[in-house]
Design a protein around this ligand. Sequence first.
Ligand code: HEC
Length: 506
Amino acid sequence: MRKRVPLPIGWVGLLLFLIASVSFRVPGMLNVRVEPAESYTLDSTRLDVKTVAVNLNVPWDMVWGPDNWIWFTEQDGKVRRLNPETGQIIDLLQIGDYYRKRLGLASMVLHPDWKKTPQVFINYTHIQKDSVIVSKLVRYTYNGKILTHPTLLYQIPGYLGHNGSRLVISKDRKLLWATGDLKQHETILEPNATNGKVLRLNLDGTIPADNPFPGSPVWSMGFRVPQGLAYTDNGNLFIAEHGDATDDEVNRVVKGASYGWPHIAGFSDLPGEERYAAEHPSVFPVKAWTPTIAPAGMDYYNGNIPEWKNALLLTTLKDQSLRVLRLDARRETIIDEQIHFSKQFGRLRDVCVSPSGAVYISTSNRDWNPPANFPLPTDDRIIRISRAGVIPKAARVANVQKNTGPQSAALLYASYCASCHKPDGRGVPGSFPSLLTSARLKGDKKALIAFVLQGSQSASGEGMPAFSFMTDAQLAEVVSYARVNLAKEASAVSVEEIKQVRIDKK
Ligand code: HEC
């Protein structure tokens, strides 16, 4: 599914090389470096991948502006706009009173009725004279040049970490604000506290009359550290959040619902979680990841890259990848997942989509937790991914075959199973059984598939998660991998067999 292709040598290559070597200055902008596009291939689509901005300091939120520039925040209190064609950057605001500790300036959203109301909403952490940390929602007005007239709309408690956050505006002109749990577990499920929530406010900062808890800004609750919030084209709201040791999640946000944290991580698949869920109606994720990937910014995509149509695009920090989570026709569930640009750009913090279908991602290699080999001298960067053409049919087949090879199965095992059963399958005595000697893994396929789909609870009290959220193809790959490579001598499991067990279970 993904393969880097060298640029065609010859005139095009020479021309791009010459352009690449040019570095020039234009008044009022940063040093612009025009870099050649690299090629990246999907199943049938060739993409161009091009850096459009360099030397940034943790760009945190990117929004496509009404001027066709990208408006973005940087963690150290800057709001700026970027011309994605030329690389020109214009500063709009430098906040003075931000407190940068894992957060600083974070999310931003622009007023949807821009012509009439050119307002910008931003969220940042601030430390008061009494050393108390707060998280502010402030509205600014764009005067055609800079952001002016700050108005504090709402202020909530903040913390050294776990602040979230992300802002979006709904079609009915409400501000939705995803907040972190501040590591204060007692109040995450309290409708009168603002931590671990999606808050909903009018655009003037007042509380809407139709919120589920009268007089409270809380719309839904039970989140840990959400940094992704996005509406689909049909108005469904999705949130992406960091789990603790396990279970990063994407959830569909509905009015008044509880998502279970801190009592439930991911699905209800441990006895304590089941007990809690039996008494407290909770909504489970549409997708969960163990081991964790650290999901950050997320946006809905329905543009001109066919492989990514009707999907949530999710950036990840720890995993350093762009995840493409394709949705069903009703935009309610995730039907499959693609992983792109793994470890290529480092940590990725946010994504934004242009009306023409280009995708922009931003790196976060100058934040508090830089990965090995990063930051690069040009970090942080904003990178454009756009459709460049169609791959000829003959070339396509080769790509597809490569992707179904054992490598992706090994990768699935590493991502979903190795944290407990260990990369070599030996498990952890007393906690996680060895898969090398597992009779269950070698035995009846139907029973095995049913077991992996629904998970289980061992005598030791450790849990085997339910893997029903994986696609049939993924399950076939990962279960076959474990059977053939770890338990040895056993036949593989097919997609049809997985499908059949799912049907039988219904
Ligand atoms: C969070 C930890 C965890 C993860 C992740 C996990 N397992 Fe397990 N697994 C367990 C535990 C605990 C058991 C024992 C459950 C029991 O005995 O009821 C188990 C049991 C099994 C068994 C049966 C072993 C036996 O002979 O009793 C198989 C097969 C298995 N897991 C496969 C997988 C596969 C395949 C994956 C990845 C898709 C996976 N597991 C991911 C914890 C995990």
